[in-house]
Design a binder for this molecule. Structure first.
Ligand SMILES: [Zn+2]
Length: 255
């Protein structure tokens, strides 16, 4: 169980930082979800290295690209539908439940933080969510089951029932601007925290790389937990190269 003899110095150090902090923020990337079987699309061998992503401007410009986009969405659906939160997600959820972590900023679109019990209002999704679709014009939410029926059954592209606008999966595509609200929320949480914990992000995609720098500049402690080294390892107060789930479970005392 929770045997202190087994704790590595890094585990003890992060526990200590979590106990002493006033307000912590967790920032997650693909690395936390690969342990749930979700592929890291950008990694070597990932989907984007085998199949070119559809750029946002092409999606807007061409009905054929919109069809291709929906075909891919429903083709990939199963990998996401079967994914469940892993022990890394549960460790983060436990820190939120204890009140130590105030917000979870994520680059992931899989909704696994919410599934693991983090209240939706505490999850800031920088790249959107692939569990539903939205109108690009008015923002109205559209359910995927309805779109799937019309698209696969009658070959119909979804159109907004309110304004007739183009409906797209509620994720941020390559070439599409980041959503303003979540970006502002993420920056505010980053400025207000005194401990910023990166989990499973390689910190090469902006604004991923910008937020930990902002936190550090504001005097927050910076922790990075990732399987590989990141460009910000030298800036971190604690950098851990390890499997995410097992390490975080030890920190939180879940195993
Ligand atoms: Zn609309």
């Amino acid at each position: 169980m929770d045997d202190p003899q087994r704790k590595t110095p890094a585990v003890r150090r992060l526990r200590d930082m979590l106990e002493r902090c006033r307000r912590a923020v967790v920032f997650t990337g693909a690395g936390i979800s690969t342990e749930s079987g979700i592929p890291d699309f950008r990694s070597p061998g990932g989907i984007w290295t085998r199949m070119a992503p559809i750029q946002f401007e092409d999606f807007l410009a061409s009905e054929e690209m919109r069809r291709e986009s929906w075909r891919r969405t429903f083709g990939l659906r199963d990998a996401f539908a079967e994914a469940r939160p892993n022990i890394g997600h549960h460790a983060v959820a436990e820190l939120v439940r204890r009140g130590t972590v105030q917000a979870v900023i994520t680059q992931n679109i899989d909704g696994l933080h919410q599934q693991s019990g983090v209240p939706a209002e505490k999850v800031i999704e920088l790249h959107g969510n692939n569990g539903h679709a939205a109108c690009l014009q008015c923002g109205e939410r559209h359910e995927l089951d309805v779109i799937r029926q019309a698209f696969l059954g009658r070959d119909e592209l979804p159109e907004c029932r309110l304004c007739g606008g183009i409906v797209k999966l509620a994720t941020i595509s390559f070439g599409q601007a980041m959503p303003v609200g979540p970006v502002l929320n993420a920056e505010r949480e980053t400025r207000e925290c005194d401990l910023f914990i990166v989990i499973g992000s390689s910190l090469v995609v902006f604004p991923a790389a910008g937020l930990p720098v902002l936190a550090k500049r504001n005097g927050a402690g910076l922790v990075i937990v990732n399987r590989e080294q990141t460009p910000l390892h030298d800036e971190a107060d604690l950098a851990v190269e390890d499997e995410i789930g097992p390490f975080m479970a030890q920190v939180v005392g879940l195993n």
